[in-house]
Ligand binder design. Structure first.
Ligand code: DGL
Length: 269
């Protein structure tokens, strides 16, 4: 059976995962995507691992019911806490992607000595990055910090200004971040302030986000499994949220690069 025309499912806690969807769509323009933002349960960064596992299992079912050929967990908090559970729960012939592994692979592959991780509280609490990096290379010094205010700061449009500089300085001007080789942006929102963080460190620290690497991994997988959609069919992408507010509509353009239509759907009934 030819499954190449089936859509790619992508989910996140809200609209931040649109940065991942944007990278995927830019690299694979023929693919149709179905995006689900669980805005009813925002922010995932403040939820327990158990809650994130439950939400992730249910959302994955929604995307598989929509006939998705693969599912990308675009949220770092969900990737860090729920990814293994999703893989265990669903059939072996469905391949799932997350946003943690590409950053881990890059940190290890580049043989950095000291790597910083900034993310939500849920991601930092899971220790997913330090566990995975040190399982592959115990010599890498991984230092982490929860920086939850950055999510709200970015959503409210505060970046590249004196407020974002002050907040970043407060978070990053710490002993633990001295002599970093690389800083991993382990949250959907942070790619939007990548340049600002790069400048904060005067270009001395490599600033990494997973988005392009996830899109590349997906492309390789689709190609090698005859799942790449080579036909341009102009099928509409679909963007769902579990709770709609006007403020999402105002911010989607920042995350996706262009205006899109959001449809509300209640999968929690
Ligand atoms: N999408 C979340 C993440 O990448 C950030 C926003 C939230 O806390 O829901 O961890």
């Amino acid at each position: 059976m030819d499954r190449s025309g089936q859509p790619i499912g992508i989910f996140d806690s809200g609209i931040g995962g649109l940065t991942v969807a944007n990278a995927i769509k830019s690299l694979l323009p023929n693919e149709r995507i179905i995006y689900f933002g669980d805005s009813a349960h925002l922010p995932y960064g403040d939820k327990s691992a158990d809650a994130l596992r439950y939400f992730s299992i249910r959302i994955t079912k929604f995307l598989l019911d929509k006939n998705c050929k693969t599912v990308v967990v675009a949220c770092n908090s969900a990737s860090s806490t729920a990814f293994d559970t999703i893989k265990d729960f669903y059939p072996d012939d469905i391949r799932f992607f997350n946003v943690v592994d590409p950053l881990v692979q890059e940190a290890v592959g580049k043989k950095y000595n000291k790597v910083g991780v900034i993310a939500t509280k849920a991601t930092i609490r899971s220790n997913a990055y330090s566990k995975k990096i040190n399982a592959l290379d115990p010599s890498i010094n991984v230092v982490q910090l929860a920086t939850p205010l950055l999510v709200h700061m970015i959503e409210e449009g505060f970046y590249n200004n004196n407020i974002s500089h002050a907040i970043l300085d407060n978070y990053l001007n710490q002993h633990r971040f001295e002599n970093l080789d690389a800083l991993l942006l382990a949250c959907t929102h942070y790619p939007l302030i990548k340049q600002e963080i790069h400048d904060y460190f005067n270009g001395q620290v490599k600033i990494l986000d997973p988005n392009l690497a996830v899109a590349n991994q997906l492309k390789v997988y689709l190609e090698s499994n005859q799942l790449l959609n080579n036909e341009v069919k102009n099928q509409e992408d679909q963007f769902y949220v579990s709770d709609f507010t006007e403020s999402f509509l105002e911010t989607v353009k920042i995350f996706y690069g262009k205006q899109i239509e959001l449809q509300e759907i209640d999968i929690w009934k």
